[in-house]
Design a protein around this ligand. Structure first.
Ligand code: SF4
Length: 632
């Protein structure tokens, strides 16, 4: 095995002429940090389980890369899932997954840290482990192997990945990750000096027991879900019985009881409830003011200013809105300093204001004015990713459009007031039509509208409402004198997520979603509106993993063995492969997706506290239920 720097470089260079976009694998970007391997106590490689262009656009990567490297005790390098052409060459040539900075094998680091940004990247996590030459299951790895850790939004229910990961990190990294790294680095040093594997196992246990004292740390092997199981108390109702596996949905008695009904066994010393880590001092928290600047065009090729964390709006379907609480803002003064230093260090011509709901930033106009004063002379642009209709201020739009006018995006989410009330999206048709008319008058030519289909309680009337709303926006364009205005519509499929008031709800089956998509397509076609939507089978697989438990680890393992990778990409997602993996593992996927779960049922993530208590989620769910008939 390649353990030393340089050994791999030649082999990699030999492969690169044979693959598309070799720049994905060369490193050497502006602001890249390369530290001396021997000068530090702990070495981490941050693995983004997707292609370079996606990973490099991720703010978590920028923060963690800078945060760890800013500490003299540690170094952090990067690795990305190689695109299939590169992976095939690597496997042919015996080249393991490597870090871009030093070209060392990922397996030679002390800690391998994955970020779990979306569920369909899980097969890439397993594929990356395999490509690194590491055993997939933690129980089969040896003392000389690195620790495998994982964080990110999906860590709020990481159970399908539990057997593969040593340590999950819940919540925000800035104040606790270095504490965890210190513990793991010491443990790895001790393990590598240990006389045999038996001694390594003792050190492993001791290290993990120390790790669980760090806020946000969840060690899955300290919890089993196999004790005291009872039958799930309420498989209430199914909304559809067509299974992706092509088999009839099993009767209630066939359902294998998973975590439902049974309290997880907690090893001595581990907390019964793991609380996510929260950054207390957001104003002073680490900010990457010298981010990496890629040579290759990436998905979001611009500087990012994180103006706010958390969102207090409380849309009931929104996991991010629940798990990133509390709401915290950075001051305008700090943000202007950060913007200046970032632009000087990167040469970017666009700055994006990152947050869940930038329009809610309390000093948004002041910030934009300050930023424009800074950016205009440099011919730089500000971009606001998404705007709330009810907080939309045309003054903001005017500030932003001074340099360059890009399209505006709004998310009414649902087509009728009734359904918007159910999901707690407090916008009205009037808000939308007024804002649309204003922005068309201001000179915008394009508006993009985001909706979600398959929301709890949705009826055909709600879908008809989407078509009517789009008609209203086109009428607003006409009133504003913009006959050539473009309105595009995107409809994602609702996937119930853990830690939200809708975590108990059933997900629409792929067949139902297909019908709903066809209905919208027909309605929007008449108005010549461009309509995009999600692959329904991918949404189904996302839902399966999002609310899954440890039994799904076998499904993931079968998928990895069958060669599944890049499942988040329509061109690589193969629903037949998922079907076969489910059959092989003896798991009924619809049991996870298509039934309403009982409120008494123990959910696979009940031992993980991501900030909003279950009582509050139940209260919100009750409020939504009270609105089903259209009145409170
Ligand atoms: S959908 Fe947007 S506004 Fe609503 S809670 Fe989520 S982030 Fe906030």
């Amino acid at each position: 095995m390649f353990r030393e720097k340089g050994e791999l470089s030649e082999k990699i260079e030999g492969i690169l002429p044979r693959v598309a976009k070799p720049g994905r694998y060369t490193g050497g970007e502006w602001n890249m940090m390369v530290k001396d391997w021997r000068s530090v106590e702990g070495r981490m490689v941050f693995v983004f389980p997707d292609v370079y262009e996606v990973g490099m656009s991720n703010l978590a990567l920028r923060i963690i890369y800078g945060l760890v490297n800013a500490d003299s005790r540690f170094l952090c390098e990067r690795a990305f899932a190689p695109w299939p052409d590169m992976e095939d060459c690597m496997r042919d040539e015996g080249v393991p997954l490597f870090a871009l900075e030093s070209k060392r094998p990922v397996a030679s680091f002390d800690v391998v840290g994955f970020t779990l940004q979306y569920e369909l990247s899980y097969t890439n996590v397993l594929n990356c482990l395999s490509l690194a030459g590491l055993s997939l299951r933690a129980e089969n790895r040896r003392g000389g192997d690195p620790w495998i850790i994982a964080g990110g939004p999906c860590a709020c229910n990481p159970e399908p990945l539990a057997p593969f990961v040593d340590v999950f990190f819940l919540g925000e990294a800035e104040e606790q990750l270095l504490v965890l790294l210190d513990i793991l680095a010491v443990g790895k040093l001790e393990q590598r000096a240990a006389r045999d594997e038996q001694a390594c196992r003792v050190i492993r246990r001791k290290t993990l027991r120390r790790a669980v004292e760090v806020p946000g740390v969840y060690v899955p092997e300290f919890y089993t879900h196999g004790r005291g199981l009872e039958e799930p108390s309420g498989i209430a109702e199914r909304t559809g019985v067509t299974t992706l596996t092509g088999q009839p949905a099993p009767e209630e008695s066939d359902v294998i009881p998973a975590v439902a009904g049974g309290a997880p066994y907690v090893a001595e010393g581990a907390p019964e409830l793991v609380k996510k880590a929260v950054v207390r001092d957001f104003e002073g928290a680490y900010f990457p003011d010298k981010p990496l600047v890629p040579y290759l065009e990436i998905v979001h090729d611009r500087g990012s200013l994180e103006i706010m964390r958390g969102c207090g709006r409380g849309c009931r379907f929104c996991q991010a809105g629940m798990i990133y609480r509390p709401v915290r803002e950075r001051s305008v003064e700090t943000l202007l300093v950060q913007a200046r230093s970032m632009l000087e260090a990167t040469g970017y011509d666009e700055v994006s204001l990152v947050s869940l709901s930038s329009g809610d930033y309390s000093r948004i106009n002041e910030l934009l004015r300050g930023l424009m004063a800074e950016l205009e002379p440099r011919k730089c642009n500000v971009s606001l990713p998404s705007l709330r209709l009810d907080s939309f201020d045309v003054q903001i739009a005017r500030e932003v459009q001074k340099v360059r006018k890009s399209g505006l995006t709004f998310a009414p989410e649902a087509g009728t007031q009734r359904l918007r009330d159910v999901i707690n999206k407090n916008v009205t048709d009037e808000d939308l039509f007024r804002v649309a008319e204003e922005v068309f008058r201001e000179g915008w030519q394009q508006i993009k509208l985001y909706y979600m289909i398959g929301l709890p309680t949705e009826t055909w009337e709600d879908l008809e409402g989407i078509v009517e709303q789009v008609r209203g926006v086109l009428a607003a364009a006409k009133r504003a004198g913009r006959r050539g205005a473009r309105v595009t519509v995107s409809a994602s499929s609702f996937v119930p997520k853990p830690h939200t008031p809708f975590q108990w709800e059933a997900q629409d089956t792929p067949e139902t979603l297909l019908e709903k998509q066809a209905f919208l397509r027909a309605g929007l076609k008449v108005m010549k509106v461009k309509f995009s939507y999600h692959d329904v089978y991918m949404s189904w697989a996302e839902g399966l993993l999002a609310r899954g438990d440890r039994r799904l680890a076998n499904v993931l393992e079968s998928l990895a063995a069958a060669g599944a990778r890049f499942d988040g990409w329509t061109e690589y997602f193969r629903s037949e492969m998922w079907r076969e993996a489910l059959v092989e593992a003896g798991v009924d996927g619809d049991w996870y997706t298509s039934r309403v779960r009982s409120e008494e049922e123990r959910l696979p993530w009940d031992h993980l506290d991501c900030g909003v208590r279950k009582e509050i989620l139940l209260r919100e769910r009750a409020k939504a239920n009270a609105l089903v008939g259209g009145q409170e």
